[in-house]
Design a protein around this ligand. Structure first.
Ligand code: SF4
Length: 187
């Protein structure tokens, strides 16, 4: 049985077979993924209800495309208090949200504890809420700013209640382009 037939038959692929998926035509790969999805879930689609919270727009970095951070186009800097953040979480919890998604800028003034504290406060008060927080770019910033390894920052996040990471901060990985649009940010 070839790999496509195996996948369509719902059989697990082994490690070596999975690696060959990298070289598969994108449309073939999409067809396989969609077929498996339909076989498993029919016409059902799943989603979660979440709320994005952006606790601060003060940023040590200067990305050319950014219309969010306060250092360039927006003179109105803000950093939310923990009370303000908890008010938002209380509100979304009462309205059935399942996840809180916390991402923001690279603020050199808040301190690592500020982030860890708010994660802990949310998890303690709302243990049923999934906390998705801090992009890889933010983890990199905190790691450099506070002299901790990535593992240490991630461990602290998990210990304080973070359940998963969002994918933001990646933008474009081509080194030349990345160097032009967001010099200094993690590669
Ligand atoms: S790191 Fe993020 S918030 Fe800061 S300037 Fe770049 S895109 Fe904007």
């Amino acid at each position: 049985m070839n790999l496509k037939d195996k996948i369509l038959a719902g059989q697990r692929v082994n490690f070596e077979e999975a690696l060959t998926l990298y070289d598969m035509d994108l449309f073939d790969l999409g067809f396989l993924a969609d077929t498996i999805r339909k076989n498993r879930h029919g016409k059902k689609t799943y989603f979660n209800i979440n709320r994005h919270i952006n606790p601060t727009n003060v940023c040590a970095d200067v990305c050319k495309f950014c219309a969010y951070s306060a250092t360039r186009k927006n003179p109105n800097q803000y950093t939310m208090s923990h009370e303000q953040i908890l008010e938002i979480v209380k509100d979304i919890d009462s309205r059935g949200a399942k996840e809180v998604h916390i991402v923001s800028a690279h603020n050199p003034n808040t301190g690592l504890e500020w982030y860890l504290d708010i994660f802990k406060k949310i998890k303690t008060a709302y243990p049923h809420l999934h906390i998705k927080a801090l992009t890889a770019a933010e983890v990199d910033f905190l790691s450099r700013e506070y002299g901790k390894s990535y593992d240490e920052v991630l461990d602290l996040m998990v210990e304080n209640g973070v359940d998963s990471m969002p994918g933001g901060g990646a933008e474009i990985f081509d080194e030349k382009v990345r160097d032009y649009i967001c010099k200094g940010k993690v590669t």
